[in-house]
Design a protein around this ligand. Structure first.
Ligand code: HEM
Length: 503
């Protein structure tokens, strides 16, 4: 065993040396000094979550922080202007992703955009998704959003205490309708289970063994060359093969159901239908196209469900804790929208307070604490700093949205009058949905889905603190520590408003 470890240490050192020599004599951005060969691996592996460590490093070293693991450079950027300069203006250099070998080559996520390397395949996926999710295409889903929102309101009226479950079903069914035109009316639906299993098991596998093969792709030979009976390897290979099958099942099953619905002539617009149409119809769809469409539609759940849920649950928390803001929003809705109907997406232009409200909501929530890392495809310099080819650039979105007075307060006025904005971008969506050529392609449908849910909930309900022994119990403004920023579970009262009780 000792021999294997020593041999492994030599192999790792040999693989790291070229990169370490390249960095010598160059002025890198400031950051924590790591150990030889492993770099900052130990600090990262000890951290409860990497982004919690990134916050500490940013406070200590500034707006741009360099660190490394096994000679692989990484950089945290917590300033909006620098992120824009690098990830947008220099998008030709910074639109790759780090090499996620385990996800893409072993676990079967090769057709999933968020982990895809920059190249022809990504361009194909971005083209397809942009054609089907751009602002004009997003309008074709207005009825779909209204339908799902109506189910949400009904569920909230019947069982207000179960609002977490209803928001989960809302976010999930929006994605399944959008991607496949399939109805998912409960969180226990088998399609949701397939998708959750694939995402959860892949994340577990990544935590257990992923990073090493990502840093040293040549370790893939373990999968291709080691016989199945090799100790330890047999179990690893078997586990990973099972996950790959789960990923395939999660992508293939709803796709097949969508195809059957399209063939029956009863399908409404969906991403799958749009993708098939854009290729000229089913008979022109090759096996490779099918794999791509399955991956494209399949990843919408992973990319869009949790982020939407985090935003809407945080909205409810904010309304309970900032009642004055709730009343102001309801006042605008009541002044503009007749009492015999609910606001819909066509009303958006007539509700300026709500527009500023949504901006403050994104700022206050910051649904993703850090961006998905971009990676650079060639050497670059920022100011005097050398940024080596292959650097993973992690934009700290939460930091960018908290550089204003009293960031913990929900203050819509920041975006109405522009005062109290500090260094926060005037439209937080510019940070919340990422940057440049990798910016979230779902931004318009996500924004429509958040807007209609929020505005219709405000029109229909009052969100109030619980009352115990005659005293109002305001929930704590506490959030979890995962990368998607969910509020910690809280309780509140949700009561139908008299003004629109009968709709
Ligand atoms: C409030 C909801 C959402 C938020 C906050 C959000 C945020 C983000 C962010 C920050 C990224 C990374 C961008 C970058 O790397 O620069 C991203 C990527 C992505 N998002 Fe969203 N998203 C949301 C909803 C959605 C929805 C509803 C969909 C699909 C309908 C979607 C599809 C995707 C995809 C496919 C990517 C990967 C793009 C790529 O790697 O090129 N997202 N999203």
């Amino acid at each position: 065993m000792a021999f294997i470890l020593v041999a492994l240490a030599f192999v790792l050192a040999a693989l790291c040396l070229p990169q370490i020599f390249r960095l010598r004599g160059q002025k890198l951005p400031p950051g924590p000094v790591g150990y030889p060969v492993v770099g900052n691996l130990f600090e990262l592996s000890r951290a409860l979550r990497p982004h919690l460590l990134f916050f500490r490093w940013s406070k200590k070293y500034g707006n741009i922080v360099h660190f490394s693991v096994f000679g692989q450079s990484m950089m945290i950027v917590n300033d909006f202007d620098i992120a824009r300069e690098l990830l947008e203006k220099r998008g030709a250099t910074y639109s790759d992703r780090p090499n996620m070998v385990l996800e893409n080559e072993i676990l079967g996520w090769d057709a999933a955009m968020p982990t895809m390397r920059y190249g022809n395949k990504l361009r194909k996926h971005r083209r397809l998704s942009q054609a089907l999710l751009n602002p004009i295409a997003a309008k074709s889903y207005f009825d779909l959003h209204a339908e799902v929102a109506s189910s949400l309101l009904k569920a909230l009226k019947e069982q207000p205490e179960k609002f977490y479950d209803h928001i989960l079903v809302y976010a999930t069914s929006t994605i399944f309708k959008l991607a496949y035109d399939l109805d998912v009316t409960s969180e226990n639906h088998h399609l949701v289970k397939f998708a959750n299993d694939a995402v959860k098991k892949s994340a577990e596998a990544y935590q257990a063994s992923g990073s090493l093969v990502d840093f040293f792709p040549s370790l893939k030979w373990i999968y291709t060359s080691c016989p199945d009976w090799t100790p330890f390897i047999a179990k690893l290979k078997n586990d990973h093969t099972n996950i790959r099958e789960q990923v395939m099942k999660a992508n293939r099953t709803p796709y097949q159901m969508a195809k059957e619905k399209i063939a029956s002539g009863n399908a409404r617009p969906s991403l799958v239908q749009g993708a098939i149409d854009s290729l000229g119809g089913m008979k022109f769809v090759s096996a490779e196209d099918e794999h791509d469409i399955q991956g494209l539609a399949g990843i919408l759940y992973g990319a869009g469900q949790e982020t939407t849920m985090a935003t809407l649950n945080s909205f409810i928390l904010a309304m309970v804790c900032f009642p004055e803001v709730q009343r102001n929003a309801q006042r605008e809705i009541d002044a503009v929208i007749p009492f015999d109907r609910l606001p819909n997406l066509d009303d958006r232009i007539n509700l300026p307070y709500m527009e500023a409200f949504i901006k403050e909501l994104y700022r206050w929530v910051s649904p993703l604490i850090i961006n998905i890392p971009h990676a650079s495809i060639s050497d670059d310099y920022y100011n005097d700093y050398y940024i080596p080819k292959g650097t993973s650039v992690i934009a700290s979105i939460y930091d960018m949205l908290n550089v204003c007075p009293h960031p913990e307060k929900f203050v819509v006025d920041r975006f109405l009058s522009g005062t109290g904005l500090g260094n926060v971008p005037s439209d937080p969506r510019e940070a919340v949905f990422g940057f440049g050529r990798r910016r979230c392609p779902g931004v318009h449908v996500a924004d429509n889905s958040v807007w209609i849910a929020v505005t219709q909930m405000l029109a229909s309900f009052n969100f109030l603190p619980e009352v115990k022994d005659g005293e109002e119990q305001f929930p704590a403004l506490e959030f979890g520590i995962e990368m998607t920023r969910h509020p910690k579970r809280f309780r509140c009262r949700i009561e139908a408003r008299k003004e629109r009780e009968n709709i």
